[in-house]
Design a protein around this ligand. Structure first.
Ligand SMILES: C[S@@+](CC[C@H](N)C(=O)[O-])C[C@H]1O[C@@H](n2cnc3c(N)ncnc32)[C@H](O)[C@@H]1O
Length: 268
């Protein structure tokens, strides 16, 4: 198997830190509230290694899971399961599914990848049955930190749309006809800045080794310099911890939200 991707490694790390368990407990509460014994049809949007798909497939109230990613190769670690179908054609703004097909759409740690967030959420709303649930988990950044850090994300990772603020997230959901009904905030800490920078190496797993060896150190040095020069407001908002040898770590806010699919009323 080729080297593991950043997403594959990160999801394993979240599982080790116990973050997975708490997110799944939130999802469990939401799907049990709505199932009433029904065999739920669920879309795991951006399924990756399939930690969520496999957990869903083990639940008795779940009838079927479609694990969707931008290419099949990103789901290579997800083993075959009778309840799980892997799909990858189409894009997140034109999903290969009919309208009103799913009781639940789960989108865990994928939203920041989407470039066209409004279109993506409208597409989620289209494939959800009326009254269905979107369970979304991701990070939010305060406005100033967002404007400083989103450009740096593009240095660290390709295929990143960027993070939204708390209010932008709520607004995007409401505008798409996805009404937030339950919100669980929590914090994620990068205890090691070196670990944060490792994502740069992971970007070169599919590239010739020489290219990675040459380019990754340059990009990491650029990120180290940019983080060392962050203004006081970002340092406070991101709870940046510094030591003798530069930045030690930082933290940011995350959320799990359950949204009910409602008719779109338009916004002002
Ligand atoms: C951090 S991983 C999360 C995987 C999984 N949702 C989980 O929580 O274990 C992000 C995943 O989103 C996928 N992804 C990124 N952009 C995507 C897009 N436009 N459409 C579908 N999947 C996408 C990536 O390939 C990767 O598998």
């Amino acid at each position: 198997m080729p080297d593991r991707t950043h997403g594959e490694k990160r999801m394993e790390e979240l599982a080790r830190k116990g973050i997975h368990g708490r997110v799944l407990a939130f999802y469990d509460r939401c799907i049990r509230d709505m199932s009433a014994g029904a065999d739920l049809a669920i879309l795991d949007l951006g399924a990756g290694s399939g930690h969520v798909s496999l957990w869903l497939a083990a639940q008795d109230c779940v009838g079927s899971v479609v694990a969707y990613d931008k290419a099949l190769k990103y789901m290579r670690e997800l083993p075959k399961h009778p309840k799980i179908e892997k799909r990858s054609q189409g894009s997140n703004t034109a999903l290969p599914f009919g309208s009103d097909e799913f009781d639940v759409v789960i989108c865990r740690y994928v939203f920041h990848h989407f470039e066209q967030k409004a279109e993506s959420l409208r597409e989620v709303r289209r494939v959800l049955k009326p009254g269905g649930l979107l369970l979304l988990s991701d990070a939010v950044l305060p406005d100033h930190s967002k404007s400083v850090l989103n450009p740096l994300l593009h240095v660290r990772e390709q295929n990143i749309g960027g993070y939204l603020t708390y209010h932008e997230t709520l607004r995007a959901l409401e505008d798409a006809g996805l009404c937030p009904v339950l919100w669980r905030p929590y914090t994620y800490s990068y205890e090691s800045f070196a670990k944060y920078l490792e994502a740069v190496d992971d970007e070169f797993t599919d590239t010739a080794q020489d290219v990675g060896r040459l380019v990754a150190p340059v990009l990491k040095a650029k990120l180290r310099r940019a983080w060392a020069a962050l203004d006081a407001r970002v340092r406070t908002e991101m709870r940046v911890e510094s030591g003798d040898r530069g930045i030690k770590g930082f933290s940011y806010d995350m959320f799990d939200v359950a949204c009910r699919a409602v008719p779109v009323t338009g916004s002002d």
